[in-house]
Design a protein around this ligand. Structure first.
Ligand code: ZN
Length: 183
């Protein structure tokens, strides 16, 4: 899949899920992260690229781990403990308020992980598919639905965005229904 497809699907999905602007940026970074890793590792060497592309960086497990870490890392407690231990204070800002703000880091980590997972799932829909195991091994999974850069990818993008928009409308309808019931 092209970078544009990855970004568009990830950002549209996050938008539909009601993500805040910083989260949209995080999910966009995550949605191209697997390819960014490959580009950085290959450093312009086409031979290296062919060997490493869509291998370790495209294992879904890494992004699940990032999401889980985002939920598990006790950022607020760490920041509070750190502020207490170092006796650092900021005039006019309470330590607990500062700790609360730092919690957005967890949020962003989760969104980066979601973006990465979306990237891997989209690549799983191409003939090259994605690896089943993190390191080596020829076992791959996915379905041959769209080839990168073809008209089928363009159609896929429109269908995916349409499906997300539909979800959004449905979500809104459910919300409105709930509000009507409550009021
Ligand atoms: Zn990729």
């Amino acid at each position: 899949m092209k970078w544009f497809t990855h970004k568009a699907v990830a950002v549209a999905g996050a938008l539909a899920a009601g993500a805040h602007p910083a989260a949209l940026f995080a999910v966009m970074i995550g949605s191209v992260l697997p390819d960014m890793v490959d580009t950085a590792m290959a450093r312009g060497d086409k031979k290296v690229w062919r060997r490493i592309h869509r291998q370790t960086s495209h294992w879904f497990g890494w992004y699940l781990v990032i999401i889980i870490l985002g939920f598990l890392i006790p950022t607020q407690r760490i920041v509070l403990d750190l502020l207490r231990a170092t006796h650092i204070t900021f005039p006019g800002v309470s330590p607990s308020a500062l700790a609360q703000v730092s919690g957005i880091g967890n949020d962003l980590l989760v969104w980066v992980g979601i973006g990465g997972l979306i990237h891997v799932l989209l690549d799983a829909l191409t003939p090259m598919r994605v690896p089943l195991y993190p390191f080596g091994g020829s076992k791959r999974f996915g379905i041959n639905l769209v080839s990168t850069g073809t008209w089928r990818e363009t159609i896929f993008l429109f269908v995916a965005l349409g499906a997300i928009a539909l979800q959004f409308d449905q979500a809104r309808a459910v919300f409105e229904e709930a509000v009507r019931t409550i009021l």
